[in-house]
Design a protein around this ligand. Structure first.
Ligand code: GAR
Length: 224
């Protein structure tokens, strides 16, 4: 199996990155070849290095007001490592339409809400304030509109009466760690087709009583 050369873009903790690195054994259709951070102090860099994955830093702060320059520096790192597919994993910079166009169909993100509800920042606080009973996360292809691209997978979690932002965030994060490695594997394996702006994914299973859709478990098994 030819594995797609994968870059993980991070800005901080990198727990989604770590979940993907954990899943990315020899049978996984993407091979992590680079962890790229826009901050030198991102904790995830150390996690990646400990796993033996090459890391690089392109400090966004050094390119204030020069997004094209920032992205050109990132592109140089991506090219140097022969990257074919990019997963944003808590990467907190908005990418330009030009960058997104260059990587169209090969650029994926996880967002901590059930899109199209709560695009943008502070999703857990906004979910609590709004009174929704279910919250969750979404893996989607990145398009020029922020948090708007075709949805690959979602996981829902309940919002409990005594929830704090931290408790709700932790519940969502656990779902993210299940969902993201699976959804990324479908894209890397070439199983995602776009039809009328929606993503169709070959050979995935759904279950009527599951809050994760499609089912990550079945998908990971079928990639081996
Ligand atoms: C995750 O909850 C991810 O969904 C979110 O940042 C967190 C990163 O955590 N991403 C966004 O908000 C993107 N707009 P991690 O660094 O531990 O993976």
């Amino acid at each position: 199996m030819k594995r797609a050369r994968l870059a993980l873009l991070i800005s901080g903790r990198g727990s989604n990155m770590a979940a993907i690195l954990e899943a990315a054994g020899p049978d996984y259709p993407a091979e992590p070849v680079l962890v790229l951070s826009n901050r030198a102090d991102a904790a995830g860099l150390g996690v990646a290095a400990a796993k033996g994955v090459p890391t690089a830093v392109v400090e966004s702060r050094a390119f204030k007001g020069d997004r094209a320059g920032f992205e050109a520096a990132m592109e140089a790192e991506l090219a140097r490592h022969g990257v074919e597919i990019i997963a944003l994993a808590g990467f907190m910079r908005v990418l330009t339409a030009d960058f997104v166009r260059r990587w169209e169909g090969r650029l994926i993100n996880i967002h901590p809400s059930l899109l199209p509800a709560f695009p943008g920042l502070d999703t857990h606080a906004r979910a609590l304030a709004s009174g929704v009973r279910l919250h969750g996360c979404t893996v989607h292809l990145v398009t020029a509109g922020v948090d708007e691209g075709p949805i690959l997978a979602q996981a829902a979690v309940p919002v409990l009466p005594d929830d704090t932002e931290a408790r709700l965030a932790a519940r969502v994060l656990a779902a993210e760690h299940q969902l993201y490695p699976a959804a990324l594997s479908w894209l890397a394996a070439g199983r995602v087709r776009l039809e009328a702006g929606r993503a169709n994914i070959a050979s995935v299973e759904s279950a009527p009583d599951s809050l994760l859709n499609p089912l990550p478990r079945a998908v990971l098994l079928s990639t081996t």
